[in-house]
Design a protein around this ligand. Structure first.
Ligand SMILES: Nc1ncnc2c1ncn2[C@@H]1O[C@H](COP(=O)(O)OP(=O)(O)OP(=O)(O)O)[C@@H](O)[C@H]1O
Ligand SMILES: [Mg+2]
Length: 229
């Protein structure tokens, strides 16, 4: 059986025009298969987050197409498609600070219409995910009380809530100590290798990049494969 890519980006272009024109992405194409991990590297401002937002259907490209599980999603993505297939870990966490840790993790389940009260399968799964990120004792904490590394781990657990096939992580260990970074890297790579999820991770961390199946570099709006070439 030939495996189909779960995500395909075809000749994605993006420029911002206000306040001045910035051509961020020029004909970027990328394919991602279940169980495959790809690291995106590149200097600050090269467009890594912009690319990830487009791949995650959070932002539309100016041209080009995006297929998620074979469905065209570049211009009219349904929230359902995103909610079902994509777990997004934002560069700035994007947690809802007036909600507790467990409520944040359950947000994707709530959006997809699942019951989320205590005792439901979704709630049980959220508790398991809390365990995986080593935060069982923070379930009822407001996320504004958490440290940066703890917020990042909650953001990862939230991304995994609906068991998506694609995980998009934007600098998931940007400002963390080595031990916490390693825990986060192990968790993401475990999801990829053992649970067959497709992973794209934006990172400046060469160690993490070296653990991924493929590394690409974003430079001057174009993508170049640096490993394996
Ligand atoms: N909404 C916007 N309007 C105008 N310009 C933008 C907008 N969003 C991003 N940019 C510009 O596009 C470029 C790419 O930004 P992006 O955030 O994708 O970079 P990045 O590679 O993720 O950087 P970093 O490593 O610092 O996170 C930057 O020059 C930024 O100033
Ligand atoms: Mg960024």
């Amino acid at each position: 059986m030939i495996m189909e890519p779960i995500l395909q980006a075809k000749k994605i272009c993006k420029c911002f025009t206000r306040p001045t024109r910035v051509d961020v992405l020029k004909d970027v194409s990328l394919e991602l298969y279940p169980g495959q991990s790809v690291a995106i590297m590149g200097a600050s401002g090269e467009g890594k987050s912009t690319l990830l937002h487009i791949l995650g259907t959070l932002e539309a490209p100016d041209s080009g197409d995006l297929l998620i599980a074979g469905i065209s999603a570049a211009h009219n993505p349904t929230p359902l498609l995103r909610n079902r297939h994509i777990g997004f870990i934002f560069q700035g966490y994007n947690l809802l600070e007036n909600y507790t840790t467990i409520q944040n993790i359950l947000m994707p389940a709530l959006i997809s219409g699942k019951p989320i009260h205590k005792g439901t399968p979704a709630y049980q799964r959220a508790l398991e995910l809390l365990g995986k990120v080593d935060l069982e004792d923070r379930a009822e904490f407001s996320t504004k009380l958490l440290s940066g590394g703890e917020k990042q781990r909650v953001a990862i657990a939230r991304a995994l809530c609906n068991d998506p096939g694609i995980i998009l992580a934007d600098e998931p260990s940007g400002n963390l100590d080595h031990q916490t970074s390693k825990m986060i890297h192990d968790l993401l790579l475990h999801c990829c290798k053992d649970l067959s999820k497709a992973l794209i991770v934006v990172t400046h961390d060469r160690e993490l990049a070296s653990l991924c199946d493929k590394t690409v570099q974003l430079c001057n709006g174009e993508i170049k494969c640096i490993n394996p070439s």
